[in-house]
Design a protein around this ligand. Structure first.
Ligand SMILES: [Fe+2]
Ligand SMILES: [Fe+2]
Length: 285
């Protein structure tokens, strides 16, 4: 199995078609890290890329963000949303492209987890709530990579899920000797994304491994369970994983919190159904 794992990592490293982050995202990440950067400078970087500009504007004006007023320039989007949100938005626009239209089930699952994560982060008054939602959106990125780059293994995994009634995760471990958390981690580290995004993506199925971003990781773990329990989208198998004690303890939530949050989530998921229909017209899927 170790040999298999090494082989997959080697292949991952060599793949030419492995999704790379557009250079503009790296440039934005650098700019955002510099405290002297102005909204105008960031707008200039985005506006140089016409396709990206139109994607950003379509995203900002879509049901995903749900602003009442139409936003027509990148700089006003930045003023309204802030630097970090813009970076997430550019990132999201890039991820949209990687997820193919056949992945609609996984796409809906990811959007659902993003919505649930955002609502939980807000309830817990976490900083960088948008980024927690982005971690939710990207949490199963590893599955996208397996499907796109190792279609043969992907089919074997699905077969095990169906025939042996295994979870996607157990099947991945059997076939690949590793699972989508590790593959996602490999990729987002290569993209130099902030650790705040890396830990939840890497450890949402083994929260005890989180070091710095325990709450964020626990949120994605719980959001994944809630969205599966609601039957929203398709995370690769029909099972609902168990809630890890540690995650629940780190969040310090009780039943009442959940009862309060579920109606909010329901409403958001309904909006997202429309969004899923909308993106087909955005040229992303
Ligand atoms: Fe997952
Ligand atoms: Fe998931």
């Amino acid at each position: 199995m170790e040999a298999q794992k090494r082989e997959i990592k080697r292949k991952l490293r060599q793949l030419q078609s492995l999704p790379t982050l557009p250079p503009v995202v790296s440039r934005l990440t650098k700019l955002i890290g510099d405290e002297n950067t102005t909204a105008l400078q960031i707008a200039e970087v985005i506006e140089k890329d016409q396709v990206l500009t139109s994607k950003v504007l379509k995203m900002v004006n879509s049901a995903f963000y749900g602003f009442p007023k139409r936003i027509s320039t990148v700089s006003s989007a930045i003023v309204l949303l802030g630097f970090n949100v813009i970076r997430t938005l550019v990132l999201t626009a890039s991820i949209f492209e990687m997820m193919q239209s056949e992945d609609l089930g996984l796409w809906e699952h990811s959007l659902g987890v993003a919505a649930a994560s955002g609502i939980l982060a807000q309830h817990l008054e976490l900083k960088n709530q948008e980024e927690v939602a982005t971690a939710g959106l990207l949490h199963d990125l590893g599955k996208v990579v397996i499907r796109a780059e190792f279609p043969h293994f992907y089919k074997q995994i699905l077969r095990l899920v169906e025939q042996e009634k295994l979870s996607f995760l157990e099947a991945e471990k059997q076939i690949l000797g590793m699972y989508h958390g590790e593959i996602g981690e490999f990729l987002v580290r290569r993209w130099n994304l902030p650790e705040r995004l890396v830990e939840p993506i890497a450890f949402h199925h083994e929260v005890e491994k989180a070091r710095k971003y325990k709450k964020e990781t626990a949120i994605i773990h719980l959001a994944d369970i809630i969205i599966r329990a609601l039957g929203y989208g398709n995370g690769g198998d029909p099972w609902v994983p168990g809630l890890q004690d540690k995650a629940w303890r780190w969040l310090g939530l009780d039943r009442k919190d959940l009862e309060e949050l579920l109606p909010l989530l329901d409403e958001r998921l309904l909006e997202l159904r429309f969004f899923t229909l909308e993106i087909q017209g955005l040229g992303f899927a």
